[in-house]
Design a binder for this molecule. Structure first.
Ligand code: ADP
Length: 500
């Protein structure tokens, strides 16, 4: 793949919307620019879809659902998904490159995630996993206890037209996590990518066009959240919304769903505790906790951002963890040596910079980073040094609010019961981690921690066969695994009198 030629081509005509199997400009003909956060340069101009475009896409998705797509057999849907996986695999370098230049995920990290077959989170494997499910969906026959002879059974039917609204922090995985189960279950979809990173989802739309899918099964409408996203969430002919994003927007989506009682599943924010006990193997816990907060520049909903460390190892942990953070190389995401790329946008950079000020102002000790990085060319991008705040107290903003940047808060603790209480004292419940060699204590923590995902002596594992979802204001419903299929299927109860 020639990086320069991919970038040059993106600079050509504006990217269009995929509606009803055709690439079309927005009805308003408006466009917006998408920017490389490493350099501040405009990469491409993209159609700015609005309510009217969403309406066209939903109508196309409805026609496909009630027309040719419903006649596709499970094995045909399975084969479509297997061919989609092949195409994604063939174009994986280009898709990864789009993530790197549009969102700023470091090239080295992106390649670790997407290359090499069975790596965790690999989108190709995720698509193949859901291809398998397409032929294994079924209802059940149930023995009832009524006196009249009746057969009773359940059917699983596609929920219908799905609106998927996704964030910018994983522009390849997020659309795949929605599109693959939608195709497996026989639903149709209108995908609304995030305005900060629309290029990878659009390229996936192009690949889907190479399959023999009926027009309208997959539609991709780029545009802003308050316009295109809000219309999709409120649309009376959309049966279901799958949303991944902030807790504030998740609340809006749930409110909007009341219009027609849409089914909804939401995967939202977090402020996840990562707990290091004094008996932990620090050689494992320190790099593990560092990955937990610094991977993808901390722009991960399940980032382990509140690191509780037991007092006997607290000072050792803080100094070694700070060294680990300081060692990470900040730079242009395209540079293969870069470990920490830019923050996705100026607006997001300003938010993160606000926490770099509020931490010390509230009394936290800066032991690594704590500032933007503006050396030479980097001044044009949105760079923040990996930051470690020590001596953080629970009431500080950096301990309570989701920062979504490479900023770790380290807090000392003394006892097991104390750390359980403090770890759970948050509105969020997405992830939690425990580092200990005591198996009994690990199990006690697994039971006590209020989180949808719990990691013991590891962090952030993802595999298509495991569910991923949150508790409390981190949302409800699961992504991935057999669990997500329930999100896209209705259950119909059928009674048949056994009598001629
Ligand atoms: P973030 O803070 O990570 O950008 P958001 O929740 O604002 O998270 O964005 C996630 C997705 O939700 C994006 O695709 C965005 O365009 C969309 N979005 C934002 N506001 C709304 C809204 N009011 N209704 C529907 N979608 C929205």
């Amino acid at each position: 793949m020639d990086v320069e030629s991919v970038i040059a081509e993106l600079g050509g005509a504006p990217r269009r919307l995929l509606i009803d199997g055709r690439w079309v400009p927005a009805v308003s003909e408006k466009t917006f620019d998408t920017i490389n956060p490493s350099t501040g340069a405009v990469i491409a101009s993209v159609a700015e879809g609005d309510a009217e475009d969403i309406d066209l896409a939903v109508a196309a998705a409805r026609r496909a659902l009630e027309g040719p797509w419903r006649r596709f057999t499970p094995v045909q849907r399975q084969n479509i998904l297997l061919r989609f996986a092949e195409l994604v695999e063939k174009h994986i370098d280009e898709l990864a490159l789009l993530n790197v230049i549009d969102m700023g995920v470091p090239y080295s990290w992106q390649m670790g995630v997407t290359r090499g077959g069975v790596k965790p989170g690999n989108p190709v494997e995720t698509i193949r996993y859901f291809a398998g499910w397409a032929t294994k969906l079924h209802g059940e026959t149930v023995q009832n206890s009524l006196s009249t002879p009746l057969h009773s059974l359940t059917l699983r039917e596609p929920v219908g037209v799905v609106g998927a609204i996704i964030p910018w922090n994983s522009p390849l995985a997020a659309p795949v996590w929605k599109i693959a189960p939608v195709l497996a279950t026989g639903c149709t979809i209108v995908l609304k990518p995030a305005e900060e990173a629309p290029l990878t989802p659009l390229r996936l739309g192009e690949l889907l066009q190479e399959l023999d899918l009926p027009p309208g099964v997959v539609n991709v409408v780029t545009g802003y959240g308050e316009t295109a996203g809000a219309r999709l969430a409120a649309h009376p002919d959309v049966n279901k919304i799958g949303f991944t994003g902030s807790t504030a927007t998740g609340r809006e989506i749930i409110r909007a769903s009341a219009v027609n009682m849409k089914r909804v599943h939401v995967e939202l924010g977090g402020k996840s505790p990562d707990i290091v006990f004094a008996d932990a193997d620090l050689d494992v816990a320190i790099p593990g906790a560092a990955m937990g907060i610094f991977a993808n520049n901390g722009q991960v909903c399940s980032a382990g951002s509140r690191i509780f460390v037991q007092r006997p190892v607290y000072e050792e942990f803080v100094s070694r963890f700070a060294e680990e953070a300081a060692r990470l190389k900040v730079g242009d995401a395209l540079d293969p040596d870069t470990e920490i790329g830019p923050i996705v946008s100026r607006a997001q950079l300003d938010r993160v910079a606000g926490y770099l000020e509020s931490g010390p102002a509230e009394g936290a000790r800066v032991v690594a980073g704590g500032h933007r990085v503006e050396d030479g060319e980097l001044a044009k991008g949105n760079f923040v040094a990996p930051t470690v705040f020590a001596d953080v107290r629970d009431e500080m903003r950096i301990a309570r609010e989701e920062i979504f940047g490479p900023v770790a808060s380290v807090l000392p603790f003394d006892t097991v019961d104390e750390v359980i209480r403090r770890a759970n004292a948050t509105e969020y419940g997405l992830a939690a981690g425990v580092w200990t060699r005591d198996v009994g204590r690990a199990h006690k923590m697994i039971d006590a921690l209020q989180a949808g995902n719990v990691y013991v002596n590891t962090w952030g594992q993802v595999d298509p066969c495991m569910p991923f979802g949150g508790l409390k204001t981190s949302g409800y419903g699961n992504e991935l695994s057999g669990h997500v299929l329930h999100e896209y299927l209705n259950t119909k109860a059928v009674w048949i009198r056994v009598d001629d």
